[in-house]
Ligand binder design. Structure first.
Ligand SMILES: [Zn+2]
Length: 823
């Protein structure tokens, strides 16, 4: 073996070995326990960044560890290949989005291979592949027939210059991110999938996700947003229409001082006909964004309609306003405004000088200081007639009851969750498999006409989708009546592809059906790893799709991901790495300089997987030095270890016949291994590296003249290489083979500490008196108080410290310390 660590050749040889032996290709094996380890698949931007390296290294360490535990481990990789960046790049560089995407995939695949990830590349999938998206189209046609997919008008952000719909994140300060034009709110017809039908189950099953971070569960719970409330009816003067307003705070009903309706509300539209000013205001509302975040922070504007509603209990007249922050999409497009107890209503009332009526008082009875804003917590009712002095909870019930008795309202439960709008007016996505017929309406594309292929050789010359300008694509015939018809030219939101990809990895070559029995062997995913930014959308949609697949009898489980790990960010100088901050560390040059193992080791060592990681060049250097030291130490031990390995002597070696000193060394080696085992089983991966470092230091310190030294080192190195193998697989592969250990390290078993080595007959106990160290004694690690006190009484120093004192009690830390409280 080489005396020095030759990174490049070590890594090339290991990778070549894995490739030639197809080491990570797996098949269903009913005689073994399976483990499905999956990292969220990347968008193929073409450039690997440090966030990727972290995400995929963590997943790889888990997969390799599980494999050493003797499980059949599936770890696949693929590409979330549709999406807007390809269209933007295509516009910029005049290439087709398809060509750009495929080139990026090739580039990133090579980078992944360079990092030595243990992927079953035979299962690689790309969501832009018609063999993949055809099954998504197939599923959608089934959802459509079941009534779980439907079309309706919805409000979108419209860029009037680029003539395109914008995603919320493409609206910057109310303007289109490319054109800079003021974004308009527009109603267009779009496809939806009925996730609301599953809201209750999605909420309920969160309780079963014991392997998920609490934070993610909470975010999903809030997103689904279950509430109990009342739908209150407000009569409108001189109108046959009633306004239906949903509120979760009926206890504040007596504090309503005005009603706010959406610009699109029929009552507003009706009033605008004779009021040019109101009409102009309603039109200006079209320029506001539709995201909830934007609605919460934008300037609240409104105009009085001249219409008056009647309070259902007091009969008081309430002015009706049009307000820019009320959306038709949410609830009924009308809200009851309680400015004293809702911050948004409060700001609006202040801006337009509307009445603010206090009806809830803080429970302590202190008057609320309205210069701080609205009082939004529950409390005690005041100014509420017969409900005065009631607590909020009781008042909610009584007011709801009274409304119901008078036919002026109903108790309801609501979900904040809305149906999932999956239509995108984009080119680079899965075509929605629907044909529009003038007579039959929307018709699902029949199975034998799937996939509906996206035309790939297009050159984009302007933003927006060219599909509506490609007659070869949209001209077709109606599958029902045979007359000329047109295809849907919208494509799916790319979140649709990422909602079921994990099931398809189990059977990527299946051409007859979406999934097969193999999916039920591998799914659900045992360990899913990805960023917290996907806590809501991706993870909720995937859970939803899993239930849809179950209800189509395609999977037999209820949830897709048993355990979830959300890895922390990679920071440099305390900030997230980003081009705009100029603090990006590119992984490739580092891999070139130090090797993949050093980068992997640093990434794992620098922080626990779920915490953010601060980049440090010197720590990377330190990791590299550690690997060099590991190599050099192995080199010095090579002859004796090889001899032992060739003779099988270690198998028959009897540790009980060796010296106490040797047994003490062995005890520590096994203790370190035991700690590493505990840490890795709870994914505390950084301290597994600490254990490895500690172990190497310890082995280097054992005097060579110690009895049975070669055996100690042999065992120690076996443990050391094994616990490092998932983290730095290349160097461990090389050293394992250079030292002539049996087989290859990826086929070896994860080591366990020997019970008899962990057990030690006596340890040193620290004896404290009233918290001060007074003596040390030698006793069994599990010695009880009585035992210990006997020894304390025989110890001169301890006796001296306890002179003329009475022992009140003892505090015992097993194997370490006895603190005697005495007076
Ligand atoms: Zn037809």
């Amino acid at each position: 073996m080489e005396e020095e660590y030759q990174v490049a050749s070590v890594e090339q040889q290991a990778q070549r070995y894995w490739q030639e032996h197809q080491s990570f290709k797996v098949k269903e094996n009913l005689s073994k326990e399976k483990f499905y380890c999956l990292c969220m698949f990347p968008y193929p931007s073409g450039q690997l960044h440090m966030g990727h390296v972290r995400n995929y290294t963590i997943g790889d360490v888990i997969a390799r560890y599980q494999r050493m535990l003797g499980k059949e481990v599936l770890q696949p990789m693929g590409w979330d290949a549709f999406g807007l960046p390809a269209e933007n790049a295509a516009l910029k560089h005049q290439v087709s989005p398809a060509a750009w995407t495929h080139q990026n995939i090739d580039q990133m695949r090579a980078q992944f291979k360079r990092l030595g990830f243990a992927y079953d590349w035979s299962r690689e999938l790309k969501t832009c592949d018609p063999d993949y998206y055809r099954w998504e189209q197939w599923l959608f046609t089934r959802l459509y027939r079941k009534g779980l997919a439907y079309k309706k008008n919805a409000t979108v952000n419209w860029d009037p210059v680029d003539q395109t719909v914008l995603a919320n994140e493409q609206v910057v300060d109310g303007r289109g991110w490319r054109s800079g034009a003021l974004v308009e709110r527009r109603e267009i017809s779009q496809w939806f999938i009925k996730i609301t039908d599953y809201a209750e189950e999605l909420l309920r099953d969160l309780d079963k996700l014991e392997g998920w971070p609490q934070q993610v569960i909470t975010m999903q719970r809030n997103w689904i947003g279950f509430s109990k409330g009342v739908s209150v009816h407000f009569k409108v003067v001189d109108s046959k229409q009633n306004l239906q307003v949903y509120t979760t705070r009926p206890d504040t009903l007596m504090g309503v001082t005005y009603i706010a309706i959406a610009a699109e509300h029929p009552l507003a539209q009706q009033q605008a006909a004779d009021h040019p000013e109101l009409k102009a205001f309603i039109e200006s509302c079209a320029n506001t964004q539709v995201s909830e975040a934007a609605l919460a922070t934008m300037e609240k504007k409104g105009m009085v309609t001249g219409l008056v509603a009647i309070h259902p209990l007091t009969q008081e007249p309430l002015p009706i306003w049009v307000a820019n922050f009320v959306l038709m999409d949410y609830g009924s497009g009308a809200i009851m405004s309680v400015p004293a107890h809702d911050q948004r209503d409060f700001e609006f009332a202040k801006a337009y000088d509307l009445t603010i009526k206090t009806v809830i008082q803080p429970p302590a009875g202190e008057p609320w200081d309205y210069s701080q804003g609205a009082y939004t917590e529950p409390g005690i009712l005041i100014n509420s007639g017969e409900f005065d002095q009631l607590g909020s909870a009781q008042a909610c019930e009584m007011i709801a009851q009274k409304l119901e008795n008078q036919g002026k309202g109903e108790q309801q439960t609501h979900y904040r969750l809305r149906d999932w709008g999956v239509s995108r007016q984009r080119y680079w996505g899965t075509p929605i498999p629907i044909i529009h017929c003038p007579d039959c309406g929307p018709v699902a594309v029949p199975d034998d006409q799937l996939p509906v292929r996206l035309p790939e050789d297009v050159t984009l010359t302007e933003p927006g989708s060219p599909l509506a300008n490609i007659p070869e694509f949209y001209h077709t015939t109606c599958p029902k009546c045979g007359q000329p018809a047109t295809r849907e030219t919208d494509t799916f939101d790319t979140f649709v592809e990422s909602s079921w990809y994990y099931t398809r990895y189990a059977c990527p070559d299946q051409t007859k059906s979406m999934l097969d029995d193999r999916t039920n062997y591998w799914a659900p995913v045992d360990q899913y790893v990805g960023g917290i930014e996907h806590a809501v959308m991706h993870l909720l949609y995937a859970r939803f799709f899993h239930k849809l697949l179950r209800d189509e009898n395609l999977v037999n489980s209820n949830e897709p991901f048993i355990n979830l790990l959300t890895q922390g960010m990679v920071l440099k100088d305390g900030a997230k790495m980003s081009k705009s901050k100029g603090n990006v560390v590119a992984p490739l040059p580092l891999i070139e300089k130090y090797g993949a193992d050093t980068v992997r080791l640093f990434i794992i060592f620098a922080s626990p997987p779920d915490q953010s990681l601060e980049w440090s060049d010197s720590a990377v250097e330190g990791c590299h030095r550690f690997l060099k030291r590991l190599w050099q130490f192995s080199h010095t031990q090579q002859t004796s270890i090889m001899q032992l390995n060739k003779s099988d002597a270690t198998v028959h070696f009897n540790w009980t016949n060796t010296t106490t000193e040797t047994q003490k060394y062995r005890h520590t080696i096994h203790q370190i291994l035991n700690q590493a085992n505990k840490d890795i089983s709870r994914l505390q991966l950084n301290t597994v590296v600490s254990a490895a470092m500690k172990l190497l230091n310890y082995l280097q310190k054992i005097p060579t003249e110690t009895a049975d030294y070669p055996y100690l080192i042999h065992e120690g190195l076996t443990f050391l290489l094994s616990i490092l193998a998932p983290i730095t697989p290349h160097i461990c592969h090389a050293l394992w083979s250079e030292l002539a250990f049996a087989n290859t390290i990826i086929h070896s078993k994860w080591p366990r500490a020997a019970h008899e080595a962990l057990k030690i007959s006596e340890v040193e106990w620290v004896i404290q008196v009233n918290g001060k160290k007074r003596a040390t004694i030698v006793a069994a690690p599990d010695a009880d108080e009585e035992n210990l006190l006997q020894l304390v009484h025989q110890n001169e120093k301890a006796q001296h410290a306890l002179q003329e004192m009475t022992i009140l009690k003892c505090i015992r830390v097993p194997g370490k310390l006895l603190n005697i409280v005495a007076r």
